[in-house]
Design a protein. Structure first.
Length: 81
């Protein structure tokens, strides 16, 4: 893999991580203000299942972190100069 492609993939994965963290914060705010209590998962305003969206966002963060750390660990094997 070329170095530029490698750097682009790492950059995109980091961008996905940042956006997913932002999504987690937004979903937690929605859980606070759009439900009767924190144990309710369905938004009273939009009708979305906020708990499911929160879980998906957390899974995306974990998967991207694993891929980024793996790519950084095996950089010498992945990148061909």
């Amino acid at each position: 893999m070329k170095k530029s492609v490698y750097q682009t993939i790492i950059s995109l994965l980091i961008l996905v991580i940042v956006m997913s963290v932002f999504a987690v914060v937004n979903i937690q705010v929605s859980l606070t203000y759009e439900t009767e209590n924190m144990k309710d998962c369905i938004s009273l305003i939009s009708g979305r299942n906020l708990c499911q969206e929160l879980l998906v966002s957390k899974i995306i963060i974990v998967i991207c972190l694993i891929v980024v750390s793996g790519m950084l660990s095996f950089r010498s094997r992945i990148v061909k100069d």
